[in-house]
Design a protein. Structure first.
Length: 126
């Protein structure tokens, strides 16, 4: 059976998204342990690890991964239960880079009721 690839973090303390992940077989992942890419190539820790592979990984980390990332909207819509405990309303929230809600800028009884606010406040996302 061929080695099965899985997502491997390049920097163990780095981001948990595609900008810090590359495919890796179990053997290379285990051999890598906590060493950096530079240490792996410099110390020849993984026999079949070449400068070409190193260059491909760096290219992925700098630019290639971006084509697989879906753009994140600058807002979040949440559904909240009303005080009567039987009905709901929707809230439009601005968010920061980590997707934390910052400010509720509009509410509506139906989700489609927020469309006008999305067009008004986030025209680039409409």
């Amino acid at each position: 059976m061929k080695n099965i690839l899985h997502k491997e973090h390049v920097d163990d303390n780095g981001a948990n998204d595609l900008s810090n992940c590359v495919p890796s077989c179990q053997s290379c992942n285990s051999t890598k342990n906590l060493k950096t890419l530079e240490e792996i190539i410099e110390l020849k820790i993984i026999e079949k690890f070449t400068q070409e592979k190193y260059n491909k990984i760096n290219k992925w980390l700098k630019e290639d991964y971006k084509q697989y990332i879906e753009p994140k909207l600058p807002y979040i819509i949440t559904r909240k239960q009303n005080e009567d405990k039987r009905t709901y309303h929707y809230e439009l929230w601005t968010v920061d880079d980590k997707r934390n809600m910052i400010e509720c800028i509009a509410t509506a009884d139906k989700k489609k009721g927020l469309k006008e606010y999305i067009h008004k406040y986030f025209p680039e996302a409409s």
